[in-house]
Design a protein around this ligand. Structure first.
Ligand code: IMP
Ligand code: MG
Length: 174
């Protein structure tokens, strides 16, 4: 039987908020090229919409992180699976993430990337689940604060499926 889902954020709500975030980021970085770093795989849809709304000059790169654990709970052990293709030294870097839960993924990444001497290093997450936090991370740009539920769609997966949904939904526990 298919899992029961409840639409939590509609495609229209997401698009409106992404445009608002892009306007704030464009204002903050006006006159400076922005190097956007997407964390794969979850951020690819959010990032593609965000960068199309930015009015500053943009370059893009990606890295892949994995954290081990059960399907819905991170173990806290983060692994860099594929690294960036270009150095970030001297650049204004914006890390783009789908969702911050425990914070362990972003803590690992901030510690790693800050050793590479970027000019600045900021964090943008579409979703923030503050109830799941185990380590504090400074999220500079947040799309939506969300409750401690398992969410799918708009890049977020359930065992790799459902990333392509244009909306974000909560999965009912079975
Ligand atoms: P953190 O290290 O616990 O902050 O985990 C962040 C990562 O866990 C995100 O990049 C997602 O890939 C994944 N994640 C956390 N919550 C959800 C969720 O509700 N749905 C799908 N993936 C999630
Ligand atoms: Mg992710």
């Amino acid at each position: 039987m298919p899992k029961k889902i409840n639409v939590f954020l509609s495609a229209e709500q997401i698009q409106k908020r992404v445009a608002e975030l892009a306007a704030v980021i464009s204002r903050d970085f006006a006159g400076h090229p922005l190097h956007c770093v997407g964390i794969l795989k979850g951020s690819f849809i959010f990032m593609s919409d965000l960068v199309r709304n930015l009015t500053v000059d943009v370059t893009c790169d990606f890295l892949t992180l994995s954290s081990y654990g059960t399907l819905t709970q991170t173990s806290g052990v983060v692994k860099l699976v594929t690294d960036l293709t270009t150095p970030i030294g001297g650049k204004d870097v914006l890390i783009i993430e789908d969702i911050v839960d425990s914070g362990l993924t972003l803590k690992y990444l901030l510690d790693n990337l800050s050793t590479r001497n970027p000019r600045s290093l900021k964090l943008c997450a579409l979703l923030d689940k503050p109830e799941g936090r185990r380590v504090q991370v400074p999220v500079d740009y947040t799309g939506f604060i969300v409750p401690n539920k398992f969410l799918i769609g708009y890049g977020l997966d359930d065992a790799e499926f459902s990333r392509n949904l244009p909306y974000i939904a909560a999965v009912d526990p079975e």
